[in-house]
Design a binder for this molecule. Structure first.
Ligand code: SF4
Length: 255
């Protein structure tokens, strides 16, 4: 893993991500190395090699956030995972959480149960939500397309423990891929302890070479994405109606 140390000028960037006004990116690049990752576009500006093999660490962010307040939801993070493996070692996210104004409204999304380490700090926020990406990929598939991310069971248990700790949580079911993502199963496994869900269909356009990988390895899934999306979306609506869970957003990208 190539680690590049850098300094940020501004702790809070403006964002157009739905549901957030600002973003904190203490890392750029992500060791989880998901094949479909939409943040791979950053490789255009950060020429450090293959996605998943490098991470930029903006080491001054814990100091930059100190004493600052922004009015509006702050999303952590949009071009990385705040709890990727390096975080266990250098505790950059933890130091940001310690220093940041606890009146800031914070929404964290991660694939890692390492977030549980910071429950003590998360409890100090007036308004915080933590999401775990849960998509039901079986272990063989997970190792292939999310090689360094924790397995699904650990993510389910992380959601449960956040709930038990009184932290508002959400299940981010993404990417939803026909025949590979079992939404019914994800909801069954989590509905007793998840506050709400965000559902997102795979963004074929933003997934880069993953589109071709899917076409070659799972042609029927690709075929549904390209030719039968409306029928598949109706099926998802039926699953959601069956469970009557709270869904904050259902994101469908253009093909
Ligand atoms: S965890 Fe998120 S940011 Fe990291 S590689 Fe996977 S999709 Fe990209």
């Amino acid at each position: 893993m190539k680690v590049i140390r850098a300094k940020a000028r501004n702790p809070f960037g403006k964002t157009k991500i739905p549901g957030a006004k600002f973003v904190i990116n203490q890392y750029i690049g992500c060791e989880h190395g998901c094949r479909y990752c939409y943040a791979k576009f950053t490789c255009k500006w950060y020429d450090y090699g293959e996605w998943g093999k490098w991470v930029v660490v903006r080491e001054n962010l814990p100091e930059l956030v100190r004493g600052r307040f922004v009015n509006g939801w702050v999303y952590m993070s949009s071009v990385s995972d705040a709890y990727q493996p390096i975080e266990a070692e250098i505790e950059l996210t933890r130091r940001i959480l310690r220093n940041i104004n606890k009146n800031v409204r914070l929404r964290i999304l991660t694939k890692s149960d390492l977030v549980l380490r910071d429950i003590d700090l998360l409890r100090e926020f007036k308004c915080v939500e933590v999401g775990l990406t849960v998509n039901s990929f079986d272990e063989d598939l997970r190792k292939e397309i999310e090689p360094n991310a924790p397995n699904m069971e650990r993510r389910f248990r992380a959601l449960e423990r956040l709930h038990d700790a009184g932290i508002r949580n959400y299940g981010f079911v993404s990417p939803v891929i026909p025949n590979l993502t079992d939404l019914d199963y994800v909801i069954e496994q989590t509905k007793d302890f998840v506050e709400y869900y965000i559902i997102e269909l795979l963004n074929l356009k933003a997934s880069g070479e993953f589109r071709y990988w899917l076409k070659e390895n799972y042609p029927s899934s690709y075929g549904v994405m390209v030719n039968e999306l409306e029928r598949y979306v109706s099926k998802i609506h039926r699953v959601l109606a069956k469970h009557r869970v709270k869904v904050e957003a259902f994101v469908i990208h253009s093909r």
